[in-house]
Write a protein that binds this ligand. Sequence first.
Ligand SMILES: [Zn+2]
Length: 232
Amino acid sequence: MKTNENVLINGIKTNNVILNHDDIGDNHMLTGMDTPMKSTAFLISDEEKRERIAFHFTEIMDTLGLDLNDDSLKGTPERVAKMYIEEIFSGLDPKNKPEIALFENKYQYEQMLVEKNISFYSNCEHHFVPIIGKAHIAYISSGKVIGLSKLNRVVQYFAKRPQVQERLTNQIARELQKVLKTEDVAVIIDAKHLCVSSRGIKDDTSTTVTAYYGGVFNTHEKIVELQNFINN
Ligand SMILES: [Zn+2]
């Protein structure tokens, strides 16, 4: 199967250019389709992670010159740590992956099903500021169907990681292909990156669109049909 993954990764490799960290970050390049995790990622408990993040966030705030004794700031390191572990980066931990039950396709509906405008919040892994967007998902049943809210949950799970948009798109698509036991899955994401709008180039109007067309979706006819569903 030819995916965007090959094009992108080969794109970086075949260019044969040595990129420094700033180039990689500001150009929002990614190095692979799996979230780069250490093999030891889950050897420490969530509680210990919270403690360590709070400790280091205190250091950051202190270094910035903020007075951690101020009532308004005092609780911030612990709040940020809790938010990282329990909310905005909870999708790093496979134990938080949504359980997905499939149902028989009783209605014998054999056309594409599209769930559009799934809102999500993620965070750019290069700047740790929000990515705010909408995902559109389509699939054609291979005999089983999935609860609509589960499509949403899969999006939220992968969004709750430090991300790049191309990877988020592919991770959602690959997970749905696995769960639904079909290649016929499409994912389109349209998102605004706050690292582009609030800093750097400061472009507040642009959005970034990425797409994954798997199986039969990777044909001109199906792409047009899908675009019609999404735009109407
Ligand atoms: Zn960024």
